[in-house]
Design a protein around this ligand. Structure first.
Ligand code: UTP
Length: 292
């Protein structure tokens, strides 16, 4: 069965970004002039998936407004003759086919995925974390769907991290099958360097068979009392194969202040209208650091 739906869990508290996230979703933080979540929605659309299921929570309404039609704004832009902006704004709301479901209590990423079950139904689906942007020449989701088409089983995107970084991620223990494909034996959440079975870290893009829902239902709360997606995948591994695809994308975790800053700076340096002025500004700062 073809993959038609993507679940984007965006209900988390975003505690690493408080107080900014008290009333504003971190997924709506701008990378210059485009919110993080729009990059992720565009990634899904590029892979041919326009059935997008947002798992939202309180304070997440701006996400719904962002993908909705705003006729007043459109009229205003039309009257001002701002045709390019008008085109952009119209595209955002017309390309996506969004569904919003509430995760009433923030019981973890695994729980957020489980909440989407009635909308996903019994079919394979994609999960994209709402705060991780990938930059790649090729579509990671398309590659994942190709692996799914071949093996008919769940697929997780992984990327190679430095040894000193392994303790920040979920790391796979797997066997290489061919090219960039591995079959997973186990997953270890944030291992110490000496205990890490590989340097292949889970990146925040998953393709699941619907069996994952069965496993999520019986996954006991783990770290922080939350239902961890990784724990459910470990249960899934007991019953069916799970594959990993190693990607070469640049990974931007916008959910921490440092990751967000890096994303902003890198994206700005890639923009023709900002690159020169920003470079000049940063050079000036680095040559004469200001006392704060
Ligand atoms: P994070 O692990 O970044 O958690 O979630 P968080 O709660 O948002 O942020 P911190 O750790 O408190 O700073 C990864 C993705 O999963 C969603 C988040 O919105 C984010 O996009 N999520 C997380 C949920 O939808 N529900 C949850 O209960 C937890």
């Amino acid at each position: 069965m073809e993959v038609r739906k993507a679940v984007l869990p965006v209900a988390g508290w975003g505690t690493r970004f408080l107080p900014a996230t008290k009333a504003m979703p971190k997924e709506m933080f701008p990378i210059i002039d485009k919110p993080v979540i729009q990059f992720i929605v565009e990634e899904c659309l590029d892979a041919g998936i326009d059935n997008i299921i947002f798992v939202t929570g309180r304070h997440k309404r701006p996400i719904e407004h962002h993908f909705d039609i705003n006729t007043d704004l459109e009229k205003h832009l039309e009257n001002c003759g701002k045709t390019q902006l008008l085109k952009n704004i119209m595209e955002i709301s017309r390309l996506v086919n969004p569904i919003y479901i509430r995760q009433k209590e923030q019981l973890g990423l695994g729980h957020a995925v489980l909440v989407s079950e009635p909308t996903v139904g019994y079919e394979p689906f994609i999960v994209c974390l709402g705060d991780v942007i990938l930059k790649d020449e090729e579509s990671v989701l398309t590659k994942m769907m190709e692996v799914y088409r071949r093996f008919g089983k769940s697929v997780i995107a992984v990327f190679e991290v430095e040894e000193r970084e392994v303790s920040k991620y979920g790391i796979i223990d797997g066997r290489h099958i061919e090219r960039d494909i591995h079959i997973i034996d186990d997953l270890i959440e944030k291992p110490k360097i000496e205990e890490a079975p590989s340097r292949l870290a889970i990146v925040g893009r998953y393709l699941f068979t619907p069996k994952i829902f069965e496993k999520l239902k019986v996954t006991p709360p783990g770290r922080g009392g939350e239902i961890q997606l990784t724990d459910a995948i470990k249960l899934l591994l007991e019953e069916e194969a799970v594959y990993a695809i190693k990607i070469n994308s640049k990974v931007y975790d916008t959910g921490t202040p440092m990751g967000y800053l890096q994303t902003m700076i890198e994206f700005a340096l890639q923009r023709e209208d900002l690159r020169d002025d920003l470079t000049k500004y940063l050079r000036g700062l680095l040559i004469q650091p200001t006392e704060v």
